[in-house]
Design a protein. Structure first.
Length: 123
């Protein structure tokens, strides 16, 4: 299905957005106690998901970021699947030197706002 949408020009991978949402498993208690999960999604600029992952909510969402970038994959009829995006946009939770280094190594430009704490250290 992704391949068909890509061939029709409905899925573009030049810019993708990375985000996560917490999903509660049951009422009461803390997120850790109730077995909540985090839904991580990578979508293109038209809002179509190109990668999806459901993980345990205990670790911080930055721990899933590299996995999500690696999950971007559009199969082709023949040959190597398309796995690369040009620009990744994410929120402040994904601001980490190691993740930025990983994106640079893959040749992906990133647009991630600087956290207030990090911004104060640079002045």
């Amino acid at each position: 299905m992704l391949r068909d949408l890509y061939e029709e020009g409905k899925i573009e991978l030049d810019i993708v957005h990375l985000d996560a949402s917490f999903v509660s498993a049951k009422k009461g208690g803390t997120k850790v106690e109730k077995g909540s999960q985090v839904l991580c999604i990578v979508e293109n600029k038209k809002g179509l998901p190109v990668a999806l992952r459901v993980e345990d909510a205990n670790p911080h969402e930055i721990n899933f970021a590299e996995k999500m970038v690696n999950d971007i994959r559009i199969p082709q009829k023949r040959g190597v699947p398309i796995k690369r995006t040009n620009i990744l946009v994410a929120d402040k939770e994904y601001q980490s030197k190691s993740f930025q280094k990983y994106l640079r190594k893959k040749g992906i430009l990133f647009r991630i706002p600087i956290k207030k704490e990090a911004r104060q250290e640079t002045y």
